[in-house]
Write a protein that binds this ligand. Sequence first.
Ligand code: ADP
Ligand code: MG
Length: 938
Amino acid sequence: MAARDKTSKAAADAKAAASPPMLSTPAPPPAEPSPTGVTPSMAQFLEIKASHRDCLLFYRMGDFYELFFEDAIAAAEALGIVLTKRGKHLGADIPMCGVPIHRAEEYLHRLIKQGFRVAVCEQLEDPAEARRRGSKAVVRRDVVRVVTPGTLTEDNLLDAKTRNYLTAIFCPPLGAGPERPIALASLEISTGECEIGEVAAADFAGDIMRLSPSEVIASDQTLAASELRRGLDSVAAAVTPVPGASFDSLAGERLLKERLGVADLAAFGNFTRAELAATGALLKYVELTQLGQKVPLRAPRRTGPDDRLLIDAATRSSIELLRSLSGSKQGSLLGAIDRTLTGPGARELAGRLAGPLRDPAAIAARLDAVAFLNERDALREDLRQALRSAPDIARALARLALQRGGPRDLAAMRDGLGTADGCADLMRAAAGAVGLPVNLAAIVSSLSACSVGLAEQLSSALADDLPQHRRDGGFVRQGFRAELDAARGLRDNNRQMLAELEAKYVAETGIKSLRVRHNNILGFYLEAPAGSAKPLLSEPLAQRFKHRQTMAGAVRFTTQELIETQSLIVAAAERALALEQEIFAELATAIEREHEPLIRLAVALAELDCEAGLAEVAAEQGYTRPRLDDSTTFDICGGRHPVVEQALKAANAGEFIVNDCVLVPATAATADGFAGPSEARLWLVTGPNMAGKSTFLRQNALITVMAQMGSFVPARSANIGIVDRLFSRVGAADDLARGRSTFMVEMVETAAILNQASERSLVILDEIGRGTATFDGLSIAWAVVEFLHAVNKCRGLFATHYHELTVLAGRLGGIASVTMDVKEWRDEIIFLHKVRPGAADRSYGIQVATLAGLPKQVTERAAQVLALLENSEAKVANGEALLSDLPLFAAARSKASEHEGAAALGRVLADVNPDELTPKSALDMLYKLKALVEKGPP
Ligand code: ADP
Ligand code: MG
C-alpha cells in the first residue's frame, strides 16, 4: 500500500514491473483440491453463493470483483464484457468474468438497470494476514451488502433529481373490494426519508404512482390481488416478493421504535396494524440487504388520503404531471415549472407536485413563502446564487452513516454548513420589520441548528483537493495534525533515500543499469539485467547483494540497507494512512453526533430551493397567487396552460390566448371579463378539432394542481375551493400495452370517475365516448353528463364533438355550453382559441382536413358529400326537437332508427335504374319506398 505513492520513481517502476493486478491474492480455486474435489476457496465461494442465490455475486479478488459460473455468463452477456474461465470445478471449466473495482459503480448501475440484484462480497482481511495463518489459508470474505434498485446510496447509481423510494405494500388478508385499505411504507435509504400510510384499494394505483418507488416489496398473497398488479404495472418498479411472515406488525412496531429511539410512536401518528406490518417488512428487508448496517431513518411522515389532493394513475399520465406522455420530463408540468438549482430541491418540488395538499392553511403557508421570495428579486437572486453550489447533504450523510462515505461526503457537510449560514444570514437581513412568513422562519431556524464547531473542524481538517475514496488517504490538510505531517515527511523523505541508495549502488558496482524496483511480492528489490548481474553474484559483492530471483532477462537482489529503508517507508506510509483513517473516523463521528440537526438543515435547504424556484418561475412567467378556501368555487380568470404557453414562447409561435373558467354559482366578484354562463358547475366545451379544447381543459386541471401544491398559477386571478380529487380523461386513448381495447379503457376509467367523484372533485373529460359507434358514444356521453350533474355534483369540464349534447345546457340548470371561437375566412378556418358562451354550429372537419394537407380532390368531394348528408338530414324530422323529448334515450334511439330508415331507402334506390322503369313499375316502386319510410326497415 505504502508503495503506491504516484510521485515516487521507485513506485512508478514498481507499477511497470508489477504483474497482473490479481497477483496479491490467491487465485481460486488453488491447484490442490481437497479429498472431496472442492478446494477450500471454492468451498468458501460456494457457501457464500448459496446464501445469495437470487443475486449476482460480486466476489472481491484484489482489485477486481469477479463473477463465476452462471453469474459470470449472465453478467458478461448483460455488460458486454469478456467471458473467460478460471480453473475447474468437478472436472468442468469454471466460467468467469470480472470488473475492476474502480469501475464497479458503473457496472453495478448497468446491472441494476437491467433488473439484476447484486451481492457484493468483500475481503474482510488483508491477504497478507491470511498468509500469516498459513500458506493455504483463504482470505476471509463475506457479503457486506446486497444492491437492489431500492437500496442505492451512491451518487453514480442515483438520479440526483429523483427520489428513490423502496416501498413495502401490505394488503390485510381480510376484506375485499375497492374500500379495503392497503398499507404502504416507503423509505429512501439514500436520505432516510420515510413515509407511511394507508389508501383504499381503489386509490392504490394513483398513490403508488405518486410515490413512484424504484423497488416494491410485497408478499405473494398481496401481489396476487389484481388491483395491485394493475397499479404496479403503471410504475417502473422492480417487484421483489418477500415472505408473508415479514409483514409482522409487532415486529414492525418494535423495529420502528428501536430505530427511532422512542418508547412510544404516538408522536408520529397513530399507525394502524397494517401500516406497522408494512413497516416491519420494510425495515427487515433493509437490514437484510444492508447486512445489519444501520440505515439512517428520519421521523416517518404519516400520510392519509385526507391530507392530499387525490389524483389517480390515469389522470397523472393524462395531465402530464411529472412526465410527458412520451415519458420525458420535458413537456410535463414539472419540466415547465422546475427552476430548482439542487438535486434535493428538485426532489422536494417533484414530491410536492406529485402530492398536492388539501388543507387551505398549509397551502397558504407555502404560498406565503413563495410570495415573500417572489416580491424580493434581490433576495431571491442572492439566495439562488448561494444555493447553486449547495451539496446533497442528505445523501452524503446517509453514506457516512452506512460507512460508505468518502472524503467528498465530509466536504459536503462543510460546504452545506457554509451555504446554510449564508442563506440564513440573507433571510434574517431581509426579514426587516415585517418578519418572515412562518415556513421561511422555520427554514432559518433549521439552517442554524448545527453547532458552529463542526464547520470549523471540517474546514481545518480537509484538504482543498479531495480524492473520491478514503482508502488511499491524501484528504487531510497539511498542518491539521502534527503527527500526520511527521509521518508523511518521513515517508516522502525515505523515498528520497531510496533514490540515493540506488545512485550509491550504481557507483559502487559500476553497473549503470542497476535499479531499485518494487512489486507486491518482493517489496523493494534491486534489479540488474542478466548480462551485467555477474559481479553481484560472486564475492565480494555477493556478501552484500543477496540474490532473490532470477528472471528471463534480469536478476533481482536485495541488501540489508534496502530492507531497512523499506520497512521505514512502509511503516511511515502505514502510519500516515492510519492517521488519516483515524481523522476520517473522528470527523465522521463528529458529524454523526449532529445527525439530527444536519438532517433538518438538509431538509431546510431543499425546501428553500423549492420555494425560491417557485418564486423564480412565478416572476419569470408572470404567475399570480391563487386564493384557496373551503367553498366549491372554481373561478379562473385569464388562465393559461403553463406548458403550452412556454412552448409557444420558445417557438416564437405567437401569444397564448388566455381563457376564463367559472364553475360556480355566480357572485358579484366572479367572472371578471367573462360574460358567460355563471350558474353552471359543468361546462360542455364544443368546437372543431385543433380549436384548443384539450388545452383549455388541461390548463384548468394544472392550475388546480399548482394552486394546491402551493405554487403561483398562470392566470390573472384564481379562486379555488379546495378540490379533493382530480380526474382527467381523454377519450379513445390507446392503451394497447396493457392489452385492453381503447373503448374498454375509456369505460373503465369513466366508471372510476362516476364511482368516486364527489361534490368537491374536479372532473375533466375530453371527448369521452369516441371509441365506439356514433350513437353508442353519444348516448354514453349524454348519460355520463347527466350522472355527473345529478349524482356526483362535481365541478367539471366536458369537451365533446357531439353537438347534440349542448341541448342539455338549456335543460339542466348546472350545465352550460361554451365553444372555442373560430373565424371562417374564404373556406378557411382561423382558430381564435377563445372560449365563448354558446355551442359550435358544426365541426369544421373538412376545413381542418384542408389545413392538414389532404389532397384537394378529397376535401372537395367530402364537401359535396357533407352537403348531401346535411340536406337529407334536414328532410327527416327535426333532430333537435326529438332530442328534447323525454326520455332521453328514446330520443337517441329514434334518431338512430331514422338513420337506418334512410339507409334502407338508399339501398333500394341504388338498385333502381329509372331509364328502365315502366310507368307501372315506377308507381310500384313509389309505393314500396313510401312503405319503407312509414314502417321502417324490416
Ligand atoms: P382541440 O382539443 O380542440 O383539438 P388542442 O387543445 O389540442 O385542440 O389545441 C390545438 C393547438 O392549438 C395546441 O397544440 C396549441 O398549439 C394551440 N392552442 C390551443 N389553445 C391555445 C391558446 N389558448 N392560445 C394559443 N394557442 C392555443
Ligand atoms: Mg382535443
